[in-house]
Design a protein around this ligand. Structure first.
Ligand code: ATP
Ligand code: MG
Length: 425
């Protein structure tokens, strides 16, 4: 036997004991997005590398060092998607969703790939849920997207465990003006910058504010504020967002150091953060990206959206005691003897047909009554239905409540459904 093959570092299996947590989140996401009129879009995992170079930007961490890129057999440069916004915009352009002032509210769910240093809350394959809106400018749709995310936290039992930070980067002119002021400031403090920040100062200076290095905290803290460099229109936009959030009862803090790593943001940017997940504390992040459609070769169209990290959110759900219990069987069928297995499996089919919502597990191994009852108990099922060889001729079965000390009860097969209905209400 050769050595067993294992999964790749930073890439994880989701095992049956945990999958109900994923289902819980996915169900809530489907219900909440539906309740706001957002429609699902599914884009490919594999895209042309150029898509991400043009959208995310050549000098971002993602494109510089985190993408899984390779040459296809015909020489095309392909990448596993590191995020989903670029793909959504590509799909929207390609299928004419942006033509004639259309408006679209979309959401997605799927795995993303980045070659980062794996640690808790940071993986190489991780899942995101995202929401994107096209064709609607102004602050109110940004507020709606934030309200949608807040509704998710509410439904997931996380209200109070996450808090909202907002900022504005202004329009591209404001951003250019601010960039100059910031570069001047950072040059004056060059001795205090770490290597990463010195590099970013050249390529992408706003990202210096995004530094997670504690030794950079002072320089970043004293940097000029982007909000002092917004034109009156951009200020009004940001005021509109804040007013709208306040009016809908969503608490927030303005964080002038919040910039977001990607090149395509303008005006509003925001993050939902928690202090309960250590340094991987951002669970959801987003903002406006009006310039992106043009970068991808279409006419300018307003765009705004967010993405949340599913693994981080699930960790928070578990850590805060909000995880739902895994589903257990409603009925465990104890089948003693070959004839009873055949007969019991047919009975289980009748029950599944009559009550599709019930989970009915059959023991079709033919072991002793005692060992089957052990498995029934272990399964956490509420009820055992026992089919014994001797009872087949009389067309009776036995019913036992597994979590109570009551006696086993013999019932006619034809009455079983009524008896079970009585138990499950
Ligand atoms: P960070 O600053 O933590 O690296 P980011 O700015 O790179 O995050 P985005 O690209 O905005 O993250 O992705 C949105 C969300 O997806 C993040 O807030 C986070 O919850 C999640 N996320 C991003 N990268 C990872 C990862 N490598 N593993 C797990 N979740 C991630
Ligand atoms: Mg990152």
């Amino acid at each position: 036997m050769g050595k067993a093959v294992k999964s790749i570092k930073g890439v994880h299996d989701i095992l049956p004991d945990d999958v109900h947590l994923w289902h819980f989140l996915e169900t809530v996401v489907r219900e909440v997005t539906q309740c706001y009129g957002y429609r699902e879009i599914r884009t490919p995992i594999l895209e042309k590398t150029e898509l991400f170079k043009r959208s995310i930007g050549d000098v971002t961490d993602i494109v510089e060092k985190e993408m899984y890129s390779f040459e296809d057999r015909n020489g095309d440069q392909l990448s596993l998607r590191p995020e989903n916004t670029a793909s959504c915009v590509r799909a929207a352009i390609q299928h004419g969703l942006l033509a004639n002032q259309q408006m679209h509210r979309l959401w997605y769910l799927g795995p993303q790939f980045r070659r980062e240093n794996p640690q808790r809350g940071r993986y190489r394959q991780f899942w995101q849920v995202g929401a994107e809106v096209y064709g609607i400018g102004g602050p109110f749709i940004e507020a709606e997207l934030i309200l949608l995310s807040a509704r998710l936290w509410h439904r997931l039992g996380l209200t109070g465990h996450v808090s909202l930070q907002v900022n504005s980067l202004g329009n591209s002119e404001d951003r250019d003006n601010y960039r100059q002021v910031l570069v001047e400031y950072l040059n004056d403090h060059i001795a205090e910058l770490d290597e990463d920040s010195k590099r970013r100062l050249q390529s992408n200076p706003l990202r210096v504010l995004d530094s997670k290095n504690p030794s950079m905290a002072n320089v970043v803290g004293a940097a000029p504020s982007v909000l002092d460099h917004l034109c009156s229109e951009s200020k009004a936009h940001f005021d509109g967002l804040q007013e709208s959030l306040a009016h809908c009862g969503v608490a927030f803090d303005v964080n002038t150091r919040l910039v977001r790593g990607l090149d395509y943001y303008s005006h509003t940017v925001f993050e939902w953060v928690t202090d309960q997940l250590g340094s991987q504390g951002t669970v959801c992040a987003g903002g406006r990206y009006d310039g992106l459609t043009e970068q991808l070769g279409a006419s300018p169209t307003p765009g705004v959206g967010w993405a949340l990290g599913v693994e981080r959110l699930l960790a928070l759900i578990s850590d805060t005691g909000n995880a739902p219990a895994p589903p257990v069987p409603d009925v465990y069928m104890v089948l003693v003897g070959d004839q009873a297995i055949v007969s019991g499996m047919a009975l289980a089919e009748e029950l599944r047909l009559a009550r599709p919502g019930w989970q009915i597990v059959t023991n079709c191994v033919g072991t002793s009554m005692k060992s089957q009852f052990k498995r029934a108990d272990k399964s956490d099922a509420k009820v055992a239905v026992i089919v014994a060889e001797g009872e087949i001729a009389d067309a009776t079965v036995s019913v036992k409540l597994l979590r109570e000390q009551t006696q086993q009860q013999t019932v006619p097969r034809a009455k079983l459904l009524d008896v079970l209905d009585g138990i499950f209400g």
